[in-house]
Design a protein around this ligand. Structure first.
Ligand code: ZN
Length: 432
């Protein structure tokens, strides 16, 4: 075909075909028509812009020569439409979150002058922003005996860690989410025996995000506080605003939130540490709610399988200030930068006292869970003890990575003893 131009060849074939048809040789005419079509296709494949396999070398060569190979120009590749940008979940504006001018709470740009930001934030006065409208006289509980519903009037929010798609720590076939729930259900039963009201953040193997749990617990406290606030004759607007925020936290923090995509639902209202005026009221309200406790139930894990023992964590005022300073000075990242003053009115003493009771009572019943390092009560920056200002403790019942601890964690008889120990600690917290 090389000697002839394509058009000449096509005309030649066309003429032959016409002749053969005229000579009533349909078979030859059909084959000739087929050849014409092949030639037309062949000439079309040389259209500019569509490279052939042999025209620009292999794709490997192309990649080597180009820093950022473009998909459309890669030889022999199928052109793929870029996948559509995932539909953004509408980001609810953080209520009354006042960030200094020019700072987006969701930006990851470094801040030029963290010290200026710290100065603009100022600091909260060292006392509560609320009048004492939520007064519970805890002295009524002192000395109560065990068999007479001593904890009537007290509520314990029991929070079994992880669940659903989030297994927590894993050891062979055992997942932390399962033992957390088993122990939490036993604990709920024991606490009810003491006369306490119990609220569970989950009762089955389902995923509940951290901040949805916080929203649920906070809504409970707000609902309990509202009639007391009305009775005191004080303004209730702020509390209703908080309830609207909690509702948002509960709705936004659903199963579809993917923290890896930076979706808003993963974060709390405090954006880490700094709290705005309204969220400060949330913290101060929970500080007043001394008839509500928060217990998160977990098991630990470590790469060092020798590490074992019961550990208890809560966020402390000192820990908050230290973390804030670290962020401002070394990690000036807008996403986590506390643009508002940090909150430091956690009741460290009450948290520490409850944690010490839990350790003592659980170890009395399950001595194997004794912390060999003899340092069981620790400060940790956990969502439940940072964004919740109830007397709250995160309980890590041993290490699933340690074979001896694991046996205890999954043994129903030991689980019952652990639950009994924690319930006794709550009883002692209020009655001693
Ligand atoms: Zn856990």
């Amino acid at each position: 075909m090389a000697k002839f131009g394509k058009q000449t060849a096509v005309l030649l074939c066309y003429n032959i075909a016409m002749k053969k048809i005229l000579q009533r040789a349909p078979k030859i005419a059909f084959i000739t028509f087929f050849l014409i079509i092949l030639m037309i296709i062949s000439s079309c494949s040389k259209l500019p812009g569509l490279p052939n396999a042999d025209s620009t070398g292999s794709s490997a060569d192309y990649d080597k020569d180009t820093a950022t190979p473009s998909r459309t120009a890669t030889p022999t590749s199928v052109q793929i439409e870029p996948s559509p940008t995932p539909t953004e979940t509408p980001v609810p504006a953080p209520t009354l979150q006042s960030f200094p001018e020019g700072i987006s709470p969701h930006s990851t740009d470094p801040v030029a002058d963290p010290e200026r930001i710290a100065n603009e934030r100022g600091s909260w006065p060292a006392e509560s922003s609320l009048d004492n409208f939520y007064v519970v006289d805890l002295s009524q509980y002192r000395g109560r005996v065990e068999d007479a519903s001593p904890l009537k009037g007290i509520t314990v929010i029991v929070d079994p860690g992880h669940g659903g798609m989030d297994p927590g720590a894993i050891a062979g076939d055992c997942t932390e989410k399962v033992s957390n729930l088993q122990i939490s259900l036993l604990l709920a039963e024991r606490l009810r025996n003491y006369g306490a009201e119990v609220l569970l953040t989950r009762t089955e193997d389902e995923y509940v995000s951290l901040y949805k749990r916080i929203g649920l617990g906070s809504m409970f406290v707000a609902e309990r506080a509202l009639p007391r606030l009305v009775e005191s004759g004080a303004d209730t607007f702020w509390l209703r605003q908080l309830q609207a925020d909690y509702q948002k936290m509960i709705e936004v923090n659903n199963d579809n939130v993917d923290p890896r995509r930076g979706e808003i639902g993963y974060r709390g209202q405090a954006q880490g540490i700094g709290v705005n005026e309204l969220w400060r009221k949330h913290m101060d309200l929970q500080r007043l709610a001394n008839d509500v406790l928060w217990l998160s139930i977990h098991s630990n894990s470590s790469l060092n399988t020798d590490i074992r023992g019961l550990k208890l964590f809560f966020n402390t005022n000192r820990g908050t200030v230290d973390l804030e300073n670290r962020m401002l000075n070394k990690e000036p990242n807008c996403e986590i930068l506390p643009a508002n003053p940090s909150y430091h009115l956690y009741d460290d003493a009450a948290r520490n006292s409850l944690a010490q009771f839990i350790y003592a009572e659980v170890i009395a019943l399950v001595p194997e869970l004794k912390d060999p390092a003899n340092n069981p009560v620790l400060s940790g920056n956990y969502a439940f003890t940072r964004e919740i200002n109830l007397t709250s403790v995160l309980v890590e019942i041993g290490f699933m990575s340690n074979p001896e601890d694991l046996k205890i964690i999954i043994d129903p008889a030991k689980q019952a003893k652990v639950a009994e120990g924690i319930a006794r600690a709550v009883y002692k917290h209020y009655t001693q």
